[in-house]
Design a protein around this ligand. Sequence first.
Ligand code: FES
Length: 570
Amino acid sequence: MSKKLRSRDWFGREGKDGFIYRAWMKNQGYPPDEFEGKPVIGICNTWSELTPCNGHFRDLAESVKRGVWEAGGFPLEFPVMSLGETIIKPTAMLFRNLASMDAEESIRGNPIDGVVLLGGCDKTTPSILMGAASVDIPTIFVSGGPMLNGNFRGRKIATSDIWRFSEAYRKGDMNKADMLEGEAAMCRSSGHCAVMGTASTMACMVESLGVSLPTNAAIPAADSRRKVLAHMTGRRIVDMVNEDLRLSKVLTRKAFENAIMVNAAIGGSTNFVVHLLAIAGRIGVKLDLEDFDHLSNNIPLLANIQPSGKYMMEEFYYAGGLPVVMKELLSKIHKDIVTVTGQTVEENVKDAVCYDDEIIATLKKPFKTESGLAVVKGNLAKDGAIIKPSAATPELMVHKGKAVVFETIEDFHAKINDPDLPVDKDSVLVLKNVGPKGYPGMAEVGNMGMPKKLLDAGVTDMVRISDGRMSGTAFGTVFLHTSPEAAAGGVLALVKDGDLIEVDVPKRKIHLHVSDQELEERRKNWKPYDLKYGRGYVQLYIDHVQQANLGADLDFLSGGSGDEVKRDSH
Ligand code: FES
């Protein structure tokens, strides 16, 4: 071991201080030799019954502990703020940065030599990885794993079906009893959303960044092999401490580039962008919005998984999972960089075997040639907006139409089903004030539902633009993360009903056909949306959150403070 364990600053002390640090721990029944220089491994657990996707994490933590004990470490589990995407209001994203602060200070302030992060539901993964990146000790990730496929009356279903079910219910094609049965059928096992939504995208992100063991992304939560992976992770973190393999040695610029390319190949969620930018900001790697576009440019879609494709995460795992995708991409990604296994990317994936080429395709015969995320810019989005072409309608990638504007999400709900709403299939729906500051918390409402009268007429998609985000399980021709957002005075704030908007994804363009002079006139009369909460974390967030193109992190959280505790009151 090259470096003194940081936990020795607690448990290795003589006299009163050491007595206190050890004595209170001993009330949990640990024998004295646990304190004699073993690596202390923190298990940072986002378990919560209010985060149903992470409800099995106590079990998972026990598996990690077994591995840690076996390898000669001393595991200590601790809770951090957990964010249940489907439960917490107003939106989990509002609290991602708060949860990251909890993880950061919990890791730094405690006698931990290495940390195993347990995350699953959407924001629980980026938040704890952001926090850990700002501390930079040896760190490894275990994801919770996806749910098993849903099964509704013999038909496979998953989270993406929520949108189909709710549209069918609105149209009267499903009744209430059908809907209740659908609820139970969809979420029939532990785990997070079963498609390539944000949670699975985040699980793939940690694996492609090299901060988890291979196969972490796709093993279903209910599969016993998930526990085996947790167990092996517990063993591995002890070695990582001995090797002083810190997060900053793994999370290099090249690792981020790999994650972007892999995300394109799997059709990952648009939320990937804000989270990866925020993590890069914490570890000090420079990453721009444009990187997501140019790095994913020549990457075809290899994974045939919903919402871009047909299958689910369970089947993705049986087909070989992410190692197969990464092996197929070896000619494009950085294959010689180190990962938490202590091995290179290539060494990790070289033996991967594809067991079903309908689920994981090859570069020669991809599932779709269009993949990744396109970044469009123009007067309507000076600092960019993003779209996921594989989830959009090809015919709408180049489009001109008149704006139908909603000032807030409440305004949208009040008007969208009004039969007199002046909207047709060529209209462009524009939703303001759902960005980082405006909502606040950048709500997942960018894929705003279609007007009922168009649905009734058989229209299934139309161009939609907002400063918000979209659920990773949603789809449509949806331009998101418009920066600067309306609440920060972006041009989006000045759009009026009837304005002509042009989008051209091949040319990476988004343009509001209103003259600069007219926009200046409109700006004189523009009043910022009321952002006063007055107190508490939400006001702190509004005052300090950066725009989506910077990862929507709080400005004072960028970068890290290392693992040193600067003052010692004992
Ligand atoms: Fe938790 Fe989808 S709601 S992962």
